[in-house]
Design a protein around this ligand. Structure first.
Ligand code: NDP
Length: 505
C-alpha cells in the first residue's frame, strides 16, 4: 500500500477555487484554519448561531449553508453524521452543479446509502485519524497527522489528486495519507468503536472487578491499571515503536511474564464475537438500526447512557479524581511522595476507601428507586428458583404485554443460569409467546448467560438489565439489536416474575 506525502500532492490544483467548510465544530474549525493558513480560499457555511460567531471571530466570511453550496467549488461536509443526510438533500444537493467536489470526513453516509450525491460531482473522502484539536495543534507545530483519502465518484477524472491536495492543505501529507474506499473507512471506524473498544473496555472492567473482589485497594487498582496514565503512555509508545519493540522499555520480569503468560488470553471466542460485530457493520444492519433508533428519539441510547452511569467503576473513578485532581499522571506522582497535607494523612486514604466501598455496597439499593417491584430480600435456592421459573413461564404465555411484544416478531431467547442446572426458553413469534424449562427446540437468536442471583435481581428490579450486560454480570451471544429489544418488556417480565416469586417465597 502506498503512503502519500507532501511531494505527492499539489496545492496548485486548489488555487482560485472556493472552498466552503460546512460546519464549524471540531473538524470544521481546525480544517478551515489549516486550509486558510495553507494559502487557500476558504469560507464557512453555518447556521447563524454560536459556531457561526466563532468562525466570524476567526476572520472567516460566514454564509448560510445553501449560499455556500451554491457559491463554492468544493464543499467540505463537517457536520455531525446523523444530521448530514437531511441537510445534504435539503440545503446542498439542489445547489450542486457539474464540476463541484463534495468532500466527506467519514465514509459512513455514502457507504451505507444515506446520501446519494448526483453523478455530475466528484465525491471524495479526506478523513483525519485525529480529533479536531489535534488537527489544528499539530499543523501549528509544523507536524502532521495521518488521514485516509478516498474517491467515491470521479466525474472530473481528477478526484484523487484533489483529495490529496486537500489532505496537504489540512497538513496531513506531512505525516502520511493512505487511500481506502468509503466503505473501508466507515467499517474500520465502526469496528474500532463496536469491537476493539468495547472488548478492551470489558477487559478493563473484568480486571477491576476481579481485583476489587480479591481485596486490593480500589485506589491502587485503578491507578495500576490505567488512571496513572502509564498505560496511555505505553499505548503511545506502541504507536511509536511497535507492539513488541516497546516491550523493551519494560523490565525483564515484565517481558518474561507478559510473553509467557500472554498465551493464556488467546481466546478464540473473542475472534468469533468480532466477526459477528464486523458482519453486522458490513451488512449495513447496524447503520439501519442506528437510523431507526435516531428516528425514534434514541430511547435505547438514553437507557444505555443511564445504565453506564451506575457502573461501580464510574463511581470509583469519580472518587479517585476528586482525591487526585484532574491530571492523574501528575497527581499520582505528587500523591505518592506527598499525601494531601490538609486532611488527616493516612486516615484520609482509609476514609476514601471505605467511602467508595460503601457507595458501591449501597448501589443496588440506590437502583431500586423508581422501579415498580419491591426488592427481593432472600437468596433463592436452586429448587426455589426452579419453581419460581416454572410459574413465571406459565404466566408469561398469557401476558398481554408479552403478546404485544411478540407481534410481528420472531425471537427465541435462551437463558442459561451458569451456577445451576437451570435453563429456560421464551419464544416470541407472530403475537404468540411460548415458553419452557430447558433449551429451545431449535437454536435461539439470543442466548443470555448469567447467575441465579443476577437473574433474580434483574427480574425483581434490583439490578438494571442494561448495567448487567455492561458490567459482564450477564453475557449474551446473538444479535445485539434483538438482545437490547428485550429491554422493552423488562417491566412485564419484572411483574410476572415477582408475582411468581411471591407465591413461592
Ligand atoms: P461537530 O459535532 O463538531 O459539528 C458541529 C458543527 O455542525 C457546527 O458547526 C454545528 O453548527 C453544525 N451542526 C450541528 N447540527 C446542525 C444542524 N442540525 N444543522 C446545521 N448544522 C449543524 O462535528 P465533528 O467535527 O465532530 O464531525 C464532523 C465530521 O468529521 C463528521 O463527518 C465526523 O465523522 C468527521 N470526523 C470527526 C472526527 C472528530 O474527531 N470529531 C475525526 C475524524 C472525522 P450549529 O449547531 O451551530 O448549526
Amino acid at each position: 500500500m502506498h503512503v502519500y506525502h507532501d511531494e505527492d500532492a499539489d496545492l496548485k490544483l486548489l488555487a482560485n477555487r472556493q472552498i466552503a467548510v460546512i460546519g464549524y465544530g471540531n473538524q470544521g474549525r481546525a480544517q478551515a484554519l489549516n486550509l486558510r493558513d495553507s494559502g487557500l480560499q476558504v469560507l464557512v457555511g453555518n447556521r447563524d448561531d454560536d459556531y457561526a460567531g466563532r468562525a466570524s471571530d476567526d476572520g472567516f466570511k460566514v454564509v448560510p449553508i445553501e449560499t455556500a453550496a451554491a457559491g463554492a467549488d468544493l464543499l467540505m461536509i463537517l457536520i455531525p453524521d446523523e444530521i448530514a443526510p437531511e441537510l445534504f438533500s435539503r440545503d446542498i444537493a439542489p445547489h450542486l452543479d457539474a464540476g463541484k467536489v463534495v468532500v466527506f470526513a467519514t465514509g459512513y453516509n455514502i457507504a451505507f446509502g444515506f446520501i446519494a450525491p448526483p453523478p455530475f460531482v466528484d465525491v471524495v473522502l479526506v478523513a483525519p485519524r485525529m480529533i479536531g484539536a489535534g488537527v489544528r495543534d499539530l499543523y501549528l507545530a509544523g507536524r502532521g497527522f495521518p488521514s485516509f483519502i478516498g474517491v467515491a465518484q470521479d466525474h472530473s477524472a481528477n478526484a484523487k489528486a484533489v483529495a490529496l491536495a486537500l489532505a496537504k492543505g489540512i497538513g496531513s501529507t506531512r505525516m502520511g495519507v493512505v487511500e481506502v474506499t468509503f466503505a473501508q473507512e466507515a467499517e474500520l471506524d465502526l469496528f474500532t468503536e463496536q469491537c476493539f473498544g468495547p472488548a478492551f473496555g470489558h477487559l478493563l472492567t473484568t480486571s477491576v472487578n476481579l481485583l476489587l473482589e480479591e481485596g486490593y485497594p480500589p485506589e491502587a487498582v485503578l491507578l495500576e491499571l490505567y488512571m496513572s496514565g502509564e498505560f496511555a503512555y505505553t499505548l503511545g509508545k506502541i504507536a511509536e515503536l511497535g507492539l513488541v519493540e516497546q516491550s523493551m522499555l519494560h523490565s525483564r520480569t515484565s517481558q518474561y511474564g507478559s510473553m509467557s503468560r500472554g498465551i493464556r488470553f488467546v481466546i478464540p471466542e473473542l475472534r468469533t464475537k468480532m466477526i459477528e460485530g464486523l458482519e453486522e457493520i458490513r451488512s449495513g444492519r447496524f447503520a439501519q438500526e442506528w437510523a431507526a433508533e435516531q428516528a425514534a428519539g434514541a430511547p435505547t441510547l438514553q437507557a444505555l447512557r443511564e445504565a453506564a452511569q451506575t457502573l461501580p467503576l464510574v463511581l470509583l473513578e469519580q472518587e479517585l479524581r476528586q482525591t487526585l485532581g484532574d491530571v492523574p499522571a501528575a497527581a499520582h506522582i505528587e500523591y505518592r511522595s506527598q499525601p494531601p497535607a490538609s486532611t488527616d494523612g493516612p486516615t484520609h486514604h482509609k476514609g476514601w476507601l471505605s467511602r467508595t466501598l460503601d457507595r458501591i455496597r449501597r448501589l443496588p439499593a440506590r437502583m431500586e428507586k423508581g422501579t415498580k417491584s419491591q426488592p427481593a430480600a432472600d437468596t433463592l435456592s436452586e429448587s426455589q428458583m426452579e419453581e419460581v421459573l416454572r410459574r413465571f413461564l406459565v404466566n408469561a404465555r398469557q401476558s398481554a404485554g408479552l403478546q404485544a411484544f411478540a407481534q410481528g416478531r420472531e425471537l427465541t431467547t435462551h437463558y442459561l443460569l451458569r451456577d445451576s442446572q437451570l435453563e429456560f426458553t421464551m419464544r416470541f413469534h407472530d403475537g404468540e409467546v411460548t415458553t419452557g424449562v430447558g433449551p429451545p427446540p431449535s437454536p435461539a437468536e439470543v442466548i443470555l448467560e448469567t447467575e441465579m442471583k443476577v437473574l433474580d435481581g434483574m427480574f425483581t428490579g434490583r439490578i438494571n438489565a442494561m448495567r448487567a450486560f455492561m458490567s459482564g454480570e450477564m453475557s449474551f451471544s446473538g444479535e445485539a439489536k434483538l438482545a437490547i429489544s428485550i429491554q422493552q418488556i423488562q417491566d412485564d417480565l419484572r411483574q410476572l416474575y415477582t408475582d411468581a416469586r411471591n407465591t413461592v417465597v
